[in-house]
Write a protein that binds this ligand. Sequence first.
Ligand code: SAM
Ligand code: SF4
Length: 353
Amino acid sequence: MDLFELLHKDDLSKEEIIFLLNLSTKEDISYLYTRADEVRQICCGDEVHLRGIIEISNYCDQDCFYCGLRESNFNLPRYRMTPEEVIATAKTITNLGIFTIVLQSGEDHVFDTDLIAYIIYSIKQETPAAITLSLGERGFDEYRTWKIAGADRYLLKHETANPKLYGVYHNKQKLSDRITHLKFLKTIGYQIGSGNMVGLPMQTVEDIADDILLCKQLDLDMAAFGPFIPSPNTPYQNKKSGTVELTLKTMAVARLVLQNVHIPATTALATLDVDGRIKGLNSGANIVMPDFTPSPYREQYQIYPDRRCMTDEPQNCRSCLQLQIESIGRRISTSRGDSLKLTPKEIINWSFK
Ligand code: SAM
Ligand code: SF4
């Protein structure tokens, strides 16, 4: 089968995915990106959805080997935003015309069931935004309570679909549990997001193919593929970063395989390459997730060093993204950007919840 046929094939096998991830000539890689962009256009249109992130706490009970927020990193100054600060930031985000708020943190149980429910409920009362939670693995009763309080989506990356590697990176957690959590979240009505890091220590291209196939099996609404960036004061501080090229190839192949899912051009990609967001949007992505965490907290959310756009003010950030997005003939969406898998009737019901 030639490359043209492969790029237009409906159901790519693991071997075919590996073949595409291994493309090496400039011409073939550019052909892959162009086809992914075409499929993105057909499945998602030209709108780019913005998701405004608020990093509500950098405390974490987990010890993931790759992450600067890990519990054992005693060099990191820790913070928690107050509920009032979180709610005020959410209002700032929606006033900029951004209608998804992502509440993200380490696994921090001081933000308990009731406190998170209060924040969700308050944001829902005061803004028309959809709410995505990205709070790590929490209790099944908590997921239920937060859904009732108004949360719409949950982002929980599987990080790697290789159970052995998962066990190496996470001495306290299992891949099978993470998958069970994702399935449970979907069952109780969340739109779910997951994904991997590209270039993790010991990861192979075969593992990345499995990551893409796991995203398909989970029937995700959003799939995120970002490069691993080594973080100081972690066991992997001296490892190499993932590459921009392999990350873009992963996003492009994922677009061919997953089709009608949201795929972000991640901040990690923009951190490794000043044009990373644009390159991502041209290789299958349709989402950008700008960070609106207020200072001084933002600087302390050090998952990895030198994150892109650390000092941008909210209005400048919005204008800068608009310029970038319009420069490639795309436009910022004014909708909540719900799952591409919902029927029009379901979208109306979600919007009025
Ligand atoms: N604690 C929650 C969780 O783990 O799902 C949410 C916050 S966590 C910091 C968000 C994401 O950051 C993780 O899913 C992981 O993919 C990413 N991340 C962590 N360390 C990273 C690193 N060194 N390079 C790139 N991404 C990283
Ligand atoms: Fe904590 Fe999430 Fe970082 Fe793991 S990836 S250490 S759970 S913040």
